[in-house]
Design a binder for this molecule. Structure first.
Ligand SMILES: O=C(O)CCC(=O)C(=O)O
Length: 304
């Protein structure tokens, strides 16, 4: 319970991607360029290269429920089965795999609208690539972003998307990491599950907005981090006030004590942060909540 699995220190880079247009090929090429820039360590305090790079939610399409279908790609990943990138019909798969291989780094490829032709459904899906360019995991956003705050924002992903039905924890060369997408961060159970399965971090490609961003973006990351004594990272697109959806930006990384160890403003930028398993252990030893939970008292709250 809560023991880190094969964790080693590593550097994470969050690419807060700007310059997104309606042209997918342009977005893919720009994302590729920015991944190469992040891979070089450009802009980090010591120019040290990262080990893992993260892109934002919906990095190759407008964040718009009415447009997901038009941009959706068939990935065809089956968990537990080898995936052949060469045979993939997805242009995003080809770009992400290629740049992971070229940089020799782990890549969490933000998310894209994914079509599952067999199910006739569209998901908001993140992909994980290893340094050889293999697609090793996908995460389909579990909790759809359906909110309505009168006079501020209405967004209903469920009008065109379906929610995924599994949790995603991926074994990398630097330890196990949990994946969620944006609104998934509001659900503490997912992060707790990942922590109890030995993850050193929860990583969320995301795109909060100008209403909920200032209220909850940082708060939720710090809460998930302190709940579980894990690292939490969220990677947003940069803000574009000419786009239909105004992203909050502020991509950040929070450490297990709840401190923000990397962040930025709303513009295109790269955030670097160092993750250290020893710090997770020390935090847990100091305030041992992860070992003090009383599941004998509260058991399964879904039955209440
Ligand atoms: O939870 C929020 O306030 C924003 C969520 C969101 O933008 C998303 O899930 O894409």
């Amino acid at each position: 319970m809560s023991t880190l699995i094969n964790a080693r220190p590593f550097r994470l880079a969050l690419v807060q991607l700007g310059n997104l247009t309606a042209v997918k090929e342009h977005n893919l090429q720009h994302a590729r360029k920015m991944v190469l820039e992040a891979a070089s360590g450009k802009g980090s305090a010591d120019s040290k290269k990262p080990n893992m790079i993260v892109l934002p939610e919906c990095f190759n399409s407008p964040y718009d429920v009415q447009q997901f279908s038009q941009y959706a790609e068939t990935i065809g990943y089956v968990p537990g089965e080898a995936y052949n990138v060469e045979k993939s019909e997805s242009v995003s798969v080809k770009m992400l795999s290629g740049v992971a291989k070229e940089t020799g780094l782990w890549l969490i490829g933000g998310s894209i609208p994914e079509r599952d032709p067999k199910e006739g459904k569209i998901y908001n899906t993140s992909m994980v690539y290893n340094p050889q360019g293999d697609l090793v995991a996908i995460h389909r956003k579990v909790h759809l972003f359906d909110i309505e705050i009168p006079g501020k924002i209405r967004f209903k992903e469920s009008e065109t998307l379906s929610g995924g039905s599994s949790l995603t924890e991926v074994d990398t060369d630097f330890g196990r990491v949990g994946l969620g997408i944006c609104y998934d961060v509001r659900f503490p159970e997912m992060a707790m599950h990942a922590a109890r399965k030995g993850c050193i971090a929860m990583i969320y490609p995301g795109a909060f907005n100008l209403t909920t961003g200032p209220l909850h973006w940082e708060l939720l990351q710090r809460a998930r981090a302190v709940d579980n004594h894990i690292y939490v990272a969220m990677c947003s697109p940069a803000r574009d006030m000419t786009a239909g959806y105004h992203a909050w930006g502020h991509s950040s990384v929070v450490d297990p004590s709840g401190a923000v160890i990397g962040t930025t403003d709303e513009k295109e930028s790269i955030v670097y942060a160092d993750l250290d398993p020893e710090f997770v252990r020390a935090t847990r030893a100091g305030i041992p909540v992860t070992a003090q939970r009383r599941f004998d008292v509260y058991r399964d709250v879904s039955e209440d």
